[in-house]
Design a protein around this ligand. Sequence first.
Ligand code: ADP
Ligand code: MG
Length: 699
Amino acid sequence: MNDWLQTSIEFLKGVGPQRAKLLREELGILTFHDLLSHYPFRYIDRSKYHSIRDLPMVDGFVQLKGVIIGMNESGNGRAKRLTVKFQDETGVIDLVWFQGYKYILPNLKPNVPIQVFGKPKQYSSSWNIPHPEIIPMAQVDPNLGWQPVYSSTEKLTAAGLHSRGIQKLIITLLQQLQVQQLPETLPASLLNELQLLNNRTAISAIHNPSNVQLAQKARARFKLEELLHLQLELLLRKQISMQRTAGHVVSEVGDAFHHFYENHLPFPLTNAQKKVLKEIRKDIGSGMQMNRLLQGDVGSGKTVVALLTMLMGIGSGLQGALMAPTEILANQHYIGLQELLKDTDIRIALLTGSTKKAARKVIHEALLNGELHLLIGTHALLEDIVQFKNLGIVVIDEQHRFGVAQRARLWKKNTTPPHVLVMTATPIPRTLAMTFYGDLDVSVIDELPPGRKPITTQHRFEKDRLVVFGFIKREIELGRQVYIVYPLIQESESMDYANLMDGYESITRVFPLPDYRVSIVHGKMKPEAKDYEMQLFVEGKTQIMVATTVIEVGVNVPNASIMIIESAERFGLSQLHQLRGRVGRGAEQSYCILMSGDKLSKDTKKRLSTMVRTNDGFEISEVDLELRGPGDIMGTQQSGELDLKIADLVKDGPLVALARDKARELLAKDPRLELPDHLYLRMEAVKRLKDKPNWAEIS
Ligand code: ADP
Ligand code: MG
């Protein structure tokens, strides 16, 4: 790439060392090239305004016109904040700054018309706009048409680099660009064939469009380019993984499996479980290393598949390890598996952060001399000191919480890399799975064990509360138990805590002793206290469990048949689905009730109605994907595993398909991308394959 593009951003006029540091840390922008590829995520029509009254119904950014009618600074030190009362013809809303608002004070004059631009947020029942952009109306250019909007962060905003600040830098850069050589990064043949804008035209059009059509054309070019890189990467990875790593050969199903299957398996397997086991059996018998992703909704019975897989390994003299993301979950797996294996001679142990030193030492030794067959644990299992005699099968539950580096450590535990089964209850649509897990093969359990009654889900409002309480009372009289869950979001942790406590108090008033007993569990409690309360509920000594999302994973109380989710509008779809999965585990009809306020945005309505409509995790994940985008869902925005800057795997479906076709054609013509016209494609592919190793190659 050319030198000018690689110039450090620090040397751009208006940046300097401090802003450069912020741009690097907050947005990963290091060079001129990086800044030019910080594309606007939308354009707003600067001639249109929203009204304050309608804000709860609008998603995303809004532009308002009005005056300041009051100002108030409160708190001090880090808790310092500035609240500004802003009014238009339809209502009043608070504009809030938490830090670094000094630079904005000169613009805050009462009764002078201003333009406000920002993203409204809801805090319990009221709305405000944190860190908005503000311009006096007198300075608003009436001819301004489409204004690009850039993503920024709180820290950048505090340093004057909100969307508009970033735009200023980019305009400076575009001026310099006019006298620079700029290489074309797409093959000329492709530009011609698809009639795409060239690189230079597209860059200025995307940041500074004379009209929206041109901006769209520029976006299409960059999206296609990005998707083409991705598809080339996937195809090349596939080529590489055809030459797979040799793995332990599990040549027969073995005695350990048969003995358990015939004597101790408490239920017949579902057809879906059997199908998946056959796929696994084929993998581990092939002589090549298995890398398989097992998807199955909450409660579909993945654990027993994991166990049976590990038993096949044990039959061939291999050891197995099952790794879970949290201690609660590891514990639950341990207790469950121990119960299943209690009349067998399979030896099993639990290793987590809280395993005592002496017990640890015993486990380490038993692993090394082969006395232990199965190890269940958390990250603690990855530590170098944990060595096996012959680790052969690794099962990772809820993989997306493990990073690449952590996975890599598993490979050090034996000379031949273990077979890997990754399990997830967060269903991922197929295109996404392909993209995220590169060369993993995918199995799906698409059937629940028989006899489960579908959970009935309803959406209720504050005015229905008495009816809901009456319903809870009746169910408790029938001997059932109830979860009541409150949101906990870090941004407003103390407020959430207050809500939870308020809720707890009113619940204990409506459900008083001695007829009713209420447990409470939240993040601020000591682990022992949490366990104690949890245990009371598990044993049925309390009928109601008031909790924050700490119960999202890990609790299994078949007698609990009602899940009430408070402020349901504040939960994401997959979280709601996971929470709902806590009930419906016993023989009784179960219910999930979503409580919410009255004013709901379009997205929120869609989330809640989707929950009411379906119990199908796959369907829910499709809607979730549509609403949130893939990066957010996979929690990879920070870890940068999926590096899509502009394309959207869901919304740009046709472009994804086009990119795939073109990638295939390119590789058919030039399998190693050696033609001069493919130089930039090759450079990018090499970088990607190096940055993100294949599963099978991690070492
Ligand atoms: P998940 O896929 O969410 O990890 P689990 O493995 O925890 O699900 O299984 C949920 C429950 O279903 C467990 O109590 C398990 O014993 C039970 N289960 C699993 N498979 C079957 C089956 N084939 N028939 C009946 N119950 C089953
Ligand atoms: Mg599970």
